[in-house]
Ligand binder design. Structure first.
Ligand code: MLT
Length: 316
């Protein structure tokens, strides 16, 4: 019987489906790299979320590995070239958590506009600081969406419903997609110059590393508010902090950090930063969907060879 390691916390449906399909799931979460290395050769497939990092070293030790499934979208915690070299297919579930992630970005934008976390903490502390928490309206304001794939698209549609003007930037964006979404296409500089709020929905790759940096911030409106529910590495955190201190950036809502788990950080304690612990996709709905999809994709591949959302499919 083929064995599948569920290496990160996933909804119970994942294990159930693997069993129903005649595979042997083994749930072992929170393993240190050495522990994982010691047992990885015993598995035909591995399912991860974001907690486990599958390095080249681990992939090389995985003598029987045929497939890796990422219950989520980002595959930056998996050494995909190392998998490709070993003919291991890597699949993700790119649509399973897009709505949850997009909704979190919208919630972060609203929280930024009305200082909701800060006002909540102050009110619980018995301070009644009514004057301190004057916010801004979203209606009529311009939202810049950098990266308009599945998640960016969800954000655009919701923001239009909030009566915002929406500018989108994505390399290779077609006029047809922008028209269908009802958004306006813009160059990145134009988006930076015109937006009151900017939200990032790009994948972490070489081209997006440090995209949100000093130079980008200098092109933005003074008092812009930023939302990052994508990846910490797309911003130069020290540059963003400097801009938050100077007032060039009025507020940051941030779900992701360069180093995670982030238990200490240069943003922590800043009044104009709202932080959440990489929970944009953490809804019951999304987690059931991605766990189910990852299990089905692994079962399909191991039992029939069918590949779904294989990120290295063209290279195997
Ligand atoms: C993703 O890449 O799917 C999201 O960031 C959520 C996650 O990492 O679990």
């Amino acid at each position: 019987m083929k064995k599948v390691l569920i290496a990160d916390k996933a909804d119970a449906i994942c294990e159930r489906i693997l069993k129903e399909r005649g595979l042997e799931p083994v749930v072992k979460t929170g393993m240190k790299p050495e522990e994982l290395k010691a047992c990885i050769a015993g598995f035909d497939a591995i399912i991860v979320r974001s907690a486990t990092t599958l390095t080249k070293d681990l992939i090389e030790a995985a003598a029987n590995l045929k497939a890796v499934a990422r219950a989520g979208s980002g595959v930056d915690n998996i050494d995909v070239p190392a998998c490709t070299e070993k003919k291991v297919v890597v699949m993700n579930t790119p649509f399973g958590n897009t709505v949850s992630t997009g909704e979190h970005a919208i919630a972060m934008m609203m929280a930024l506009a009305r200082h909701i976390p800060q006002a909540n903490a102050s009110t619980h502390a018995g301070k009644w600081e009514k004057k301190k928490f004057e916010g801004v309206e979203l209606t009529g304001k311009t939202l810049g969406v950098v990266g308009c794939g599945n998640i960016g698209g969800v954000v655009v549609e919701r923001a239009l419903g909030l009566k915002m003007n929406v500018l989108v930037y994505t390399p290779n964006m077609t006029a047809e997609r922008a028209r269908k979404l009802g958004a306006q296409m813009a160059g990145l500089d134009e988006l930076y110059q015109k937006s009151d709020f900017i939200t990032y929905h790009v994948a972490m790759r070489e081209a997006t590393k440090g995209l949100l940096n000093k130079e980008a911030i200098a092109k933005m409106k003074k008092g812009v508010r930023l939302i990052n529910c994508a990846r910490g590495g797309i911003m130069v955190e020290a540059d963003v902090k400097e801009a938050l201190l100077s007032g060039q950036v009025a507020g940051l809502a941030c779900d992701v950090f360069v180093k995670e788990p982030a238990t200490e950080h240069i943003f922590f304690g800043m009044e104009n930063v709202i932080a959440t612990p990489h929970i944009a996709a953490s809804t019951k709905d999304a987690q059931v969907t991605v766990a189910r999809q990852a299990a089905e994709q692994i079962a399909d591949y191991l039992l029939t060879g069918k590949r779904t959302h294989a990120v290295n499919g063209d290279k195997l």
